[in-house]
Design a protein around this ligand. Structure first.
Ligand code: FES
Length: 56
């Protein structure tokens, strides 16, 4: 599933970024070499990050 349309970031990319230490959407996107643009994805990205961190 695509999380961020602007950057073509997938859910699996976000989860991988969290496992590599990202703690928020901005740091997750930065670790992927991208940055938030329109911002519409941030709430969903945060939910995935919280879920992934809770499972760690
Ligand atoms: S959808 Fe992620 S910044 Fe636009």
């Amino acid at each position: 599933m695509v999380v961020c349309v602007c950057n073509a970031i997938r859910e699996s990319d976000v989860r991988q970024a969290v496992r590599s230490g990202a703690q928020c959407p901005r740091s997750a996107y930065e670790s992927l070499g991208r940055r938030p643009r329109c911002g519409q994805c941030l709430t969903f990205a945060r939910e995935i990050i919280d879920e992934e961190r809770a499972a760690a």
